[in-house]
Write a new protein. Structure first.
Length: 214
């Protein structure tokens, strides 16, 4: 069962998500909040598998709240929800540690599939958002090469995990390729991110490429 917490200041949108999630056999809505302060107060004692976080809310925006949540709960998956697809918000959300960025206009069946992928450790983005990311990487490729970096001391297995992360594999794929349990893979991924001093898989993959890890 995928336990989900929704943060959005629009009650009608939360109601729609509640109906969608509760109609699914493999998901449960375990909490709701309408502001950043509200979610931070309610999270203690709950164990959601992922949070759906609106970006534009009264008080602290969703990106700042995500950064605070990831500092306190580094293994918690956060997906950003928004009506907007501007580059600034996309990359700010990624730097804050979000595992995905999806538009509110997404179709219900696509939303459910997105939640399932995110809950298993995958990075998810709406097609429009993915195009922003690809355009950014294309632009970066025309600039001077990134300086090489040295990786911290990683075990052989951690290097295997990092190599697969850099290849774009999600946790279930890594589990299958390395014949490990899902919990073991989650622990390895968390340890790799910690040693690399990054908050998300995208930053880890970038460091791996800078270090020449193929």
């Amino acid at each position: 069962m995928i336990n989900i917490f929704v943060v959005d200041d629009h009650a009608i949108f939360r109601d729609g998500l509640r109906v969608l999630i509760e109609a699914s056999d493999d998901m449960a809505l375990i909490g709701e909040a309408e502001s950043g302060a509200d979610v931070l107060a309610k999270l203690e004692g709950l164990q959601p598998d992922l949070i759906l976080m609106d970006i534009h809310m009264p008080g602290e925006n969703g990106i700042e709240v995500t950064r605070r949540i990831k500092q306190q709960y580094p293994d918690l998956t956060v997906l950003m929800l928004t009506m907007f697809e501007d580059d600034k918000s996309v990359f700010a959300a990624m730097r804050a540690g979000a595992s995905g960025y999806i538009l509110k206009g997404i179709k219900p069946n696509e939303m459910l599939q997105t939640l399932r992928v995110a809950a298993t450790g995958g990075a998810v983005f709406s097609p429009q958002i993915a195009s922003h990311i690809m355009r950014w990487f294309t632009q970066m490729a025309t600039l001077q090469p990134e300086p090489a970096v040295e990786l911290p001391e990683l075990s052989r297995r951690e290097l295997d995990i990092l190599t697969l992360i850099a290849a774009g594999d999600d946790n279930p794929t890594i589990t299958e390729k390395l014949t490990l349990s899902p919990k073991t893979v989650r622990n390895y991924v968390s340890q790799v991110l910690k040693k690399l001093e990054v908050s998300d898989r995208i930053a880890a993959a970038r460091k791996a490429r800078q270090a020449g890890l193929e």
